[in-house]
Design a protein around this ligand. Structure first.
Ligand code: PLP
Length: 376
């Protein structure tokens, strides 16, 4: 579909732009058109939109599969992709999950414990025991950097570790994107994505994908999508592909801002701790307590107080406010940087943090009875 360009010939940044095009015939559109169709006339390649890939999926899958160095299967959401992978686990399976993995995945795991007797073990992303677990567990489910503690797993070591006969390694690559990390090249079996985030990039769609280089896995993923009806919409595929055209540019800008903001937050009087893994577009930082974090989130004017991440608009939220995230430090804010000007972002953040801190509870200081702020 990408004319004469093969993915091996170009950089991932260029592939995100040239892939998934209708072709080079005179008069062809540059972009794959949205085809609103559930049903096709029999006798052709396509029959029904839940069972055969539609034009819109093909283009999106070609782009993402090429970036991840595998074959992509698009799903209606990131959670639909995760469910398709986890749904293949046998009764009594041993599943290893990150301690702070995405709460939806933890939710599927918890229901698997009740319904299918799964044994679920939770390890911090940086725990060296992941490597040992590769020898015996059914499934290692890795998020790196983790969400929202931003711990980094040694993916190369875990993917290269000797595997048990049934062991599969799955990496959720939503936070890093294939421009920063390609787990299939390291030996992972499946990569999953919430394309809702950085790939789509504009907070206007829900879409997911699973990518694999293994023909058997590919067939199982497609079958699960079709059977469960977890099929993506044409508009969502169109928008996500359009978003992916600028992924490299957006990532570059957002990552540069994340690096700068992490450094500046480290020197801010209201901030107790900053977590930034050195790459990516997410920074987590801790304020004195949940109330201070809530005040800061409500005080910004440019940065949006919203969940989710990976859009052009910078967003932040107190993560422990989300259901199932009560184990996260109460004052931890997850900041997802977008593409606004860095200095505008910093002025907004600095002012909001200072105002939230000033409005905090006061206690008598031990020396001399002057009022002082409760901090950390
Ligand atoms: C790391 C990660 N994986 C998966 C998901 C689920 O994706 P979706 O919301 O597209 O279903 C999310 C959503 O926030 C996520 O952050």
């Amino acid at each position: 579909m990408a004319g004469t360009v093969r993915r091996e010939e170009v950089t991932p940044e260029t592939w995100a732009i040239v892939a998934g095009r209708p072709g080079s015939a005179p008069g062809a559109t540059l972009n794959t058109a949205i085809v609103a169709a559930s049903t096709y006339v029999l006798g052709g390649e396509r029959v029904y939109s839940r069972t055969e890939a539609t034009e819109g999926w093909d283009s999106f899958e070609e782009m993402l599969g090429g970036l991840e160095r595998g074959d992509a299967v698009a799903f209606a959401s990131g959670m639909a992709a995760c469910a398709a992978v986890l749904g293949q686990l046998r009764t009594g399976a041993h599943l290893v999950l990150g301690e702070d993995c995405y709460q939806g995945v933890a939710g599927i795991a918890a229901s698997g414990v009740r319904a299918h007797g799964w044994r679920v073990e939770r390890l911090a992303a940086s725990d060296p025991r992941w490597v040992e677990r590769a020898g015996a567990a059914d499934l290692l489910w890795l998020e790196s950097p983790s969400n929202p503690l931003l711990e980094v797993a040694d993916l190369a070591a875990i993917c290269a570790a000797p595997r048990g006969p049934r062991t599969r390694v799955v990496v959720d690559n939503t936070f890093a994107t294939p421009l920063l990390q390609r787990p299939l090249e390291l030996g992972a079996d499946i990569v999953v994505h919430s394309a809702t985030k950085l790939i789509g990039g504009h907070s206007d769609l829900l879409l997911g994908a699973a990518v694999t280089a293994d023909a058997g896995e590919l067939e199982r993923l497609r079958a699960a999508r079709s059977l469960n009806g977890a099929t993506p919409g044409m508009l969502e595929c169109f928008l996500a592909l359009r978003g992916a055209r600028t992924l490299a540019l957006r990532l570059r800008q957002a990552q540069a801002s994340a690096e700068q903001l992490a450094a500046r937050l480290g020197g801010h009087a209201a901030v107790a701790r900053v977590r930034y893994p050195g790459f990516g577009t997410i920074v987590s930082f801790e304020l004195a307590d949940a109330a201070t974090a809530d005040r800061a989130c409500r005080a910004t004017r440019i940065i949006r107080h919203a969940t989710s991440l990976g859009g052009v608009e910078t967003c932040m939220e107190r993560r422990s406010a989300q259901p199932g995230q009560e184990h996260i430090p109460p004052g931890l804010i997850r900041l997802s940087t977008g593409c606004e000007d860095l200095e505008d972002l910093w002025r907004d953040l600095d002012a909001a943090l200072s105002a939230a801190d000033r409005a905090g509870p006061r206690v008598s200081s031990r020396s001399g009875g002057e009022s002082a702020r409760l901090r950390r």
